[in-house]
Ligand binder design. Structure first.
Ligand code: ARG
Length: 404
């Protein structure tokens, strides 16, 4: 049963660690069966996952959440339900066929063909894509394209629901993804939040046509305080726009802009830093010392940007606490680097001091436990090939407030 907050809403997130009540996941499906050694780099996977096993691992992840009384919503199901609405269908079909590679003939053909599908088939096609040899479109473009070319690209990274939307208090930010392989994902989250009855009337604080911001970069350190990584995905202009938007709606008083290295290993802030308690963070030791933050605030009119400060100092100040504890995993640099690559730093808190982590990051997990954090281990040998851990694979929709 859905827990409803006192104000009657079944959504809202104002911290990283408040008891998790509702989360959106995406059970990996046919979109992963599109990965080949020829396209996996472009599609941001480091290997070719065994899909059946990835699904089993994902089911176990969902079960671990349900065992802790978390309601699990699935993106694919929400999309199917949203696509019951003719306006949702029209929007989704237009978005998926906008690509200039198609040309008019193929576009018209695809629009008509998609229009014939029932909501479940349409959702499936929007996620798994369409290959040239799967349709009998006819015409010049079809003839010139290779059989295996995609007319609508598959979206294997839907698995990482963290990135394509993020709740900021009672508003949802539909994000703007930077990598071409992922941009279309937010057309789908936009459809869900606009047309699914569960989210009727929800306020949207960001949209997918604005400057790039990815959910993996956005951490709700505590009520009113966001940390936003700026690097490979979220751009400087993205964090500026997000700050303007959240301040205008009074959803935060401080946004900490946190520069992170522009490289794949540290693509999002949550690959190097996640919260495990109201006042404790797990940080990748090789980067912890250098991490700086620029505190952005507003006087109601303009943005004020403070000088860079050590991340933990700026964060504690913004939260109004003495110190934000860094859980020191004390790992040697090589072990730390290996475990960070395997998403050891990408934990998902289900409550203060309880987090879900991949079992393979043995050393990091042991250090967390030594620091008094309960670690719920899940296997991720196949899931991990997309380079994302429990936090990346989850979009919290409702968290209870943390006790103050
Ligand atoms: N929040 C995260 N760290 N997400 C990880 C996303 C991984 C995905 N393959 C990508 O490259 O975009």
């Amino acid at each position: 049963m859905t827990e409803t907050r006192q104000d009657g809403r079944a959504y809202g997130v104002d911290s990283e660690v408040g008891p998790l009540r509702t989360v959106m996941l995406h059970r990996p499906g046919n979109e992963l069966r599109r990965l080949t050694p020829r396209n996996n780099d472009k599609l941001l996977f480091d290997g070719i996952p065994w899909v059946g096993r990835a699904q089993d691992e994902h089911d176990a992840f969902a079960q671990a959440l349900r065992d802790r009384d978390v309601e699990v919503l699935y993106l694919g199901e929400l999309l199917t339900e949203a696509l019951d609405d003719p306006a949702a269908r029209a929007q989704a079909i237009t978005g998926a066929t906008e690509d200039l590679r198609l040309g008019d003939t193929l576009r018209d053909y695809l629009r008509a063909a998609l229009g014939e599908l029932d909501p479940a088939q349409l959702a499936e096609t929007l996620m798994a894509g369409i290959r040239n040899d799967e349709v009998r479109a006819g015409g010049l473009v079809t003839s010139l394209l290779a059989h295996e070319d995609f007319l609508i690209d598959p979206l294997p990274n839907l698995l990482f629901t963290r990135d394509s939307s993020v709740w900021i208090r009672d508003s949802v930010a539909v994000t703007s993804l930077a990598m071409p392989a992922r941009m279309r994902e937010t057309q789908l989250t936009e459809v869900i939040y606009t047309y699914h009855p569960r989210f009727a009337g929800v306020d949207k604080v960001y949209d997918h046509q604005l400057e790039h911001v990815e959910g993996g970069d956005v951490l709700a350190l505590g009520p009113g305080v966001l940390a936003v990584g700026v690097g490979e995905r979220t751009t400087p202009a993205g964090v500026e726009r997000l700050a303007q938007r959240v301040f205008a709606k009074d959803l935060a008083h401080t946004v900490l802009a946190v520069p992170i290295a522009q490289q794949r290993a540290t693509m999002h802030l949550d690959t190097v830093c996640t919260m495990v308690d109201t006042d404790a963070v797990l940080m990748y030791p090789n980067m912890a010392e250098q991490m700086r933050a620029l505190a952005v605030t507003t006087d109601g009119d303009q943005l004020h940007v403070a000088e860079p400060e050590p991340f933990l100092v700026a964060a504690a100040k913004a939260l109004g606490i003495d110190t934000l504890r860094r859980i020191d995993t004390g790992l040697d640099p090589v072990t730390a680097e290996r475990e960070q690559w395997d998403d050891g730093n990408n934990t998902l808190a289900v409550a203060p001091r309880v987090c879900i982590a991949y079992e393979r990051t043995v050393e990091t997990n042991a250090r967390l436990e030594e620091s008094g954090i309960e670690v719920v281990r899940i296997s991720g040998s196949e899931l991990g090939s997309g380079r994302g851990g429990p936090r990346c694979m989850s979009c919290p929709v409702l968290r209870a407030p943390t006790a103050t």
